[in-house]
Design a protein around this ligand. Structure first.
Ligand code: IMP
Ligand code: MG
Length: 175
């Protein structure tokens, strides 16, 4: 951890576990009799994704895609590029996209268009965090862990300049 970054605890392990379990239980109910494909958005979703899929009591499949990141900035460039595409067949399948956080909504909108082109049977979104002050979307995010104000957060998969993903809890980053 670098000295100049100040981390302030925002969501502790217990609250995170509780919300992940609640989302997993809802998905278990909503997808009864189905075999959903969870699509994690790299890199940020990898920890939430692994906790979530292990709590959903259904047969499921997983895949990942990767978009261009913010680089070392805390503000989106406003441009989204696909760095790693999917390997699975999505047609007629039930897809749940798993994100760490939705900020402007640009990334998730891009992913929605990308996946909709593959004609899945259904398409829903699970995001651990949702910045209610900045999101602009014309569709609904069905599974949300926490709605948060416009703060920059790290830990539990979320990074700042690729650091802090390994932290077990979620912190607000201050310089
Ligand atoms: P959006 O396209 O503006 O919705 O940005 C979504 C992506 O930006 C997320 O998947 C994160 O990777 C990253 N991001 C947005 N806000 C934060 C934050 O507070 N901390 C860490 N990453 C963030
Ligand atoms: Mg991300």
């Amino acid at each position: 951890m670098q000295d100049k970054d100040k981390l302030e605890i925002y969501l502790d392990r217990k609250s995170i576990n509780k919300r992940v379990k609640a989302i997993a239980d809802r998905i278990t109910q909503d997808y009864k009799g189905k075999v959903p494909i969870f699509i994690g958005v790299l890199n940020g979703s990898f920890i939430f994704m692994s906790d979530l899929v292990r709590q959903v009591k259904l047969n499921s499949e997983i895949d990942f895609l990767k978009l261009s990141s913010y680089g070392d900035n805390k503000i989106s460039s406003g441009e989204v590029r696909l760095l790693k595409d999917l390997n699975c067949v999505l047609a007629d399948r039930d897809i749940i996209v798993v994100e760490d956080i939705i900020d402007s909504g640009l990334s998730i909108s891009y992913i929605r268009n990308l996946i909709a082109n593959h004609k899945p049977n259904s398409l829903e979104f699970a995001s651990l965090l949702y910045k209610k002050t900045t999101v602009k979307l014309d569709f609904k995010i069905k599974y949300i862990g926490f709605k948060i104000p416009n703060k920059f957060v790290v830990g539990y998969g979320l990074d700042y300049a690729q650091k802090y993903r390994n932290l077990k809890q979620i912190y607000v980053l201050k310089h």
